[in-house]
Design a protein around this ligand. Structure first.
Ligand code: HSE
Length: 428
């Protein structure tokens, strides 16, 4: 028996999928119990793919999807035409393997409904953290456990930039230029540096972990464009470093559960395992009731690593088709409410330049007290005419922390708010 595969897109990832499919054809056949036959590759510019046999290339993606194929592999990215093509394929009973995080983060419910209507499979391991097996463990291996938190570094570009800023002390713009020159950042890095890519991945992770529909619009998002050398230096002084974190949490408030999902830069202790994740790597912590803490680490981007995840899904859906079975569908039964960032407990690090005179520390501290924010640590260092004041708080609602910082910035004795950054990891 043979499984006929159509591929939509043939960029960096797609080219590696074609290579692996060709090179490993015999092994894949043995593992699946039937052969996988690539019957068409839809691209926009046919002349750009000399490595793909010419008879497979087409520019008509819609016709390819509607032809006699069993599985559609989508590596185009973006919402349209991928959304229409995949919905059509799923409704027609064709299994889909996709690496499209933006599409899954916005339209997973629609895609799962289309898959459910025909009994087709929808697999998307490559959409989050490249090669790292993460969605299958969450969807299947941990399906009997209760996940409370998923936290990690899910964007390689921003991790490369922050790691480089940390080691060189250079500014954001300069480091982004270097990352672009070296090929670590895209020509248009907006989706990465503004946190959209990480927010899509966080939405997908939270949906699976908490059996709740979470879309990209539900994710609080801050990118790394405002991280300054002063923030990095402040973190270093405290034995910390700055990472762009995706944090998905189950929150229990007086027995009422909700889900909070956020992406923002945060200071973490240098001793934290995520602090050692350098360059373009990804790493994700999962905390579950029975399993305890698990860490997943590896290459989160790139052609071959992402193609590895696509091939793994292709093997799974092909096996399912040959035995007449089906993988997991959508699991959104918990339908937990989304908690806005203003109501999420976080911790802040605040670094200020203040006048060095009697009563200043107490005036600053009283603003924290007014907002019911408890201070965990204070460090003051006098200079010629002013002083540097660093405050790290205990957990408090983000709204209270923000209001505190806004009010402190307006105090006459505060010359400058040098750095404000959320803090994750152990309590100071
Ligand atoms: N651009 C992403 C990153 C990889 O830098 O991690 C694809 O999601």
């Amino acid at each position: 028996m043979s499984v006929k595969v159509a591929m939509l897109g043939c960029g960096t990832v797609g080219a590696q999928v074609v290579r692996l499919l060709t090179e490993q054809a015999d092994d894949l056949t043995a593992r699946i119990g039937g052969s996988v036959e690539l019957v068409g590759v839809a691209v926009r510019r046919p002349h750009r793919h000399p490595d793909v046999p010419a008879h497979l290339i087409t520019t008509d993606a819609a016709a390819l999807v509607e032809s006699d194929v069993d599985v559609v592999v989508e590596v185009i990215g973006g919402i349209e035409p991928a959304r229409t093509l995949l919905t059509t394929a799923l409704r027609a009973g064709k299994s889909v393997v996709t690496a499209n995080k933006a599409l899954l983060a916005e339209h997973a419910a629609e895609l799962f409904a289309a898959a459910g209507s025909s009994g087709a499979d929808l697999y998307f391991e490559a959409a989050v953290a490249g090669a790292i097996p993460l969605l299958r463990p969450l969807r299947e291996s941990l399906a009997g456990d209760r996940i409370n938190r998923v936290m990690g570094i899910v964007n390689g570009t921003t991790n490369y930039i922050l790691s480089a800023m940390d080691s060189s002390g250079a500014g954001y713009a300069e480091t982004l230029d270097e990352a672009s020159r070296l090929g670590y950042a895209e020509a248009d890095p907006t989706a990465d540096v503004d946190g959209y890519d990480a927010a899509s991945k966080a939405a997908i992770l939270a949906s699976i972990a908490f059996h709740t529909r979470v879309t990209a619009a539900d994710v609080y998002r801050e990118g790394i464009t405002s991280v300054t050398p002063a923030d990095i230096a402040a973190a270093r002084t405290l034995g910390r470093t700055i990472k762009l974190l995706a944090i998905c949490e189950r929150v229990d408030t007086d027995g009422v559960e909700s889900v909070a999902v956020r992406v923002h830069p945060a200071m973490i202790p240098r001793s934290h395992p995520l602090a050692g994740v350098g360059g373009a790597f990804n790493a994700v912590f999962v905390e579950a009731d029975a399993a305890g803490s698990l860490m997943f680490y590896g290459q989160g981007a790139g052609g071959a690593p992402t193609a590895s995840a696509v091939l793994g899904d292709l093997v799974a859906v092909s096996r399912n088709r040959l035995v007449g079975g089906r993988g997991p569908g959508e699991s959104a039964y918990a339908a937990l409410p989304i908690r806005p960032i203003s109501q999420v407990d976080t911790r802040y690090h605040v670094s200020l330049d203040v006048a060095d005179r009697a009563g200043v520390l107490s005036s600053v501290a009283s603003v924290f007290a007014e907002h019911d924010v408890s201070i965990a640590a204070v460090r003051q260092r006098g200079r010629a005419n002013d002083a540097s004041l660093v405050i790290v708080t205990h957990s408090a609602p983000d709204r209270a922390l923000r209001s505190t910082v806004d009010k402190i910035a307006g105090l006459p004795a505060v010359h400058d708010v040098v750095s404000v950054m959320r803090v994750e990891g152990e309590e100071p």
